[in-house]
Design a protein around this ligand. Structure first.
Ligand SMILES: Cc1cc2nc3c(=O)[nH]c(=O)nc-3n(C[C@H](O)[C@H](O)[C@H](O)COP(=O)(O)OP(=O)(O)OC[C@H]3O[C@@H](n4cnc5c(N)ncnc54)[C@H](O)[C@@H]3O)c2cc1C
Length: 527
């Protein structure tokens, strides 16, 4: 969120307000003004128009509240629209809980059992939500549990809304129709919330930039923060992730505004260093990175020393960041940020190394990676060389190390076992994401060029950090007391930790969006 300029602030202060912006600096001055002036009023103000905001708006409206949705970008959808749109629907809430609680143990993240249990109970009922808001919509199976060895994994099935377009686009279409067409809920696009407005410690509205002006929106029942994570906020990336070399795959409007607004009310922030983060490729001309999805066994990944650093096909893609982020304390660098995908001709011809429809670049900006990567070779995003020595020069890694690494990989795979990282030869078990499987996971690279290399970076699907909530989606303060009339839903302050079950973020946005909408609508209106 950009800071409010002095001129804008003076304009605000001149209009006067007894209800004050939550920032202490502004509050001190604004308090001097006795008169309260509001530009507009609603019952429930929803900040952010993605999956959580859409579900919250629908539910608050259906509970009888007057709702206003504000969205920072010129179009709605957020990460939800750029996503695969996958959500889990467990068969049984109790068994799903027993499966999901184990995922917190992997990284020893804080788990709030009541939040996870509520999630499970409401996730089971998602088909009813879709039936209510879009009776004609059809749900389609897209995958299964990411951790099939955990107890009750068979309970987890992933779905998406059917249709010809990517899952996120189809999902947001359903939400948008329910919000704008069926319920006529007003949506202000291109209208970022700048600050919360409070009376004492109660949130009573927000300061919103709308049509080039700062307007004060009063929320008689409550304000819902549904404004996503900090994927594109350099300051947060430097403080809570591994710095600004981490790219984003989703909506560029997710710049941590909700963190700041919640913090201004004394919220307790949690899961700040948890993310869902595969690899991405920078492509000039796109705001977002392009999502790496390897559809060939004929590749390895190496760091800047020309060495492999992980089981490339075994890392759950949501957690790839944890494979590349170690900081070398001797050399003082991240040796695998960036890292390099190295493949042979068979690898190139097996299909594009990126997801062709998911992500902001492919789904919203319309970037299409060429099927055989020929366009990207031409643009220089994919480096091509006849020998490994030449390839090493192009990507600035030691040639001897790269040649030795490829020789080791080839010898291992020909002998039937990756002795370095245990990458499997064949895929086994049910698919976690149908459509992104290859039956053979590992193959030796050709002894003959050409070879190809692509620079790759960790690239965020989403961050999980933000204000902690309770089962009513109320924002909790640093002493775990609810901040009056402030709610939160979605990936902002997600209930999930660092290693999580895929398709649980969209599900969470829909589940806690509904809960936030119900809770805010249930508040007694301010007089
Ligand atoms: C490529 C990709 C694929 C993914 N696939 C899946 C998947 O299949 N399943 C899954 O579970 N998860 C997936 N995810 C993650 C998932 O999409 C998100 O975590 C989830 O959609 C978040 O929903 P949300 O409503 O909380 O946030 P968003 O959908 O991001 O909505 C937040 C909105 O708030 C707006 N906003 C920000 N600041 C302000 C402000 N100051 N004022 C007003 N508006 C503001 C933003 O512009 C945005 O539109 C994927 C993510 C990506 C990028």
């Amino acid at each position: 969120m950009t800071a409010i300029s002095k001129r804008t602030f003076l304009k605000f202060a001149a209009a006067g307000a007894a209800a004050v912006p939550a920032s202490p600096l502004l509050a001190a001055d604004a308090k001097a003004e006795p008169k309260t002036h509001w530009d507009t009023e609603t019952d429930v103000l929803v900040i952010g128009y993605g999956g959580a905001g859409g579900a919250a708006a629908i539910t608050a409206h259906d509970a009888g509240a007057k709702v206003l949705v504000i969205e920072k970008m010129k179009d709605g959808g957020g990460n939800t629209r750029a996503s695969g749109g996958g959500f889990i629907i467990p068969k049984n809430a109790d068994e799903a809980y027993q499966y999901l609680e184990k995922t917190f143990l992997f990284a020893d993240n804080e788990m709030d059992g009541a939040l996870v249990r509520t999630f499970c109970e409401r996730a089971v009922k998602l088909p009813e939500f879709f039936k209510r808001i879009a009776p004609a919509s059809k749900l389609r199976v897209t995958g299964h549990a990411n951790y099939p060895y955990l107890p009750f994994a068979e309970n987890i099935t992933k779905y998406r809304v059917g249709g010809h377009q990517p899952g996120g686009i189809e999902l947001f279409k359903v939400l948008r129709t329910a919000v704008e067409t069926d319920r006529k809920i007003p949506v202000w696009l291109g209208s970022p919330a700048k600050e919360l407005i409070r009376e004492g410690n109660t949130v009573v509205g927000a300061l919103v930039e709308h049509d080039g002006k700062l307007v004060r929106v009063r929320a008689r029942r409550g304000v819902i923060l549904a404004c996503g994570g900090y994927e594109y906020d350099p300051q947060s990336l430097q403080n809570f992730a591994q710095g600004t070399k981490i790219l984003g795959l989703g909506n560029p409007g997710n710049t941590g505004d909700g963190l700041r607004m919640a913090a201004s009310m004394g919220a307790r922030l949690w899961h700040m260093t948890s993310y869902s983060c595969p690899l991405g490729i920078k492509d000039p001309g796109c705001k977002a990175a392009v999502f790496v999805t390897m559809m060939t066994p004929n590749y390895i990944m190496v760091n800047q020393d020309g060495k492999r650093f992980c089981n490339e096909a075994g890392v759950d893609f949501h957690g790839f960041i944890y494979a590349v982020n170690p900081l070398n304390g001797v050399e003082h660098k991240y040796p695998a940020i960036p890292c390099y995908i190295v493949m042979d001709e068979a690898g190139r011809l097996a299909g594009r190394p990126t997801h062709f429809k998911y992500g902001y670049a492919a789904g919203i900006e319309g970037y299409h990676w060429s099927e055989d990567s020929s366009a990207e070779i031409k643009s220089g995003v994919v480096k091509k060389a006849d020998t490994l020595e030449e390839l090493a020069k192009l990507i600035h890694v030691p040639a001897d190390a790269l040649k030795a690494q490829v020789a080791k990989w080839n010898a291992d795979i020909r002998a039937g076992r990756d002795t370095e990282f245990g990458r499997k030869i064949k895929k086994t078990g049910k698919s976690a994401f149908i459509g992104t499987d290859v039956p053979t996971l590992s193959a030796p690279l050709s002894e003959k060029g050409p070879y190809y290399a692509i620079e790759a970076y960790p690239a965020l699907l989403n961050t999980q950090g933000g204000p902690k909530r309770d089962v009513k989606a109320r924002v909790m303060d640093v002493f775990d007391r609810p901040v009056p009339r402030l709610y939160v839903a979605g990936e902002l302050g997600s209930i999930w930790g660092s290693i999580y079950q895929g398709s649980s973020n969209v599900c969470e946005a829909l589940v806690y969006g509904q809960i936030a909408g119900e809770s805010a609508a249930g508040e007694k209106p301010l007089s």
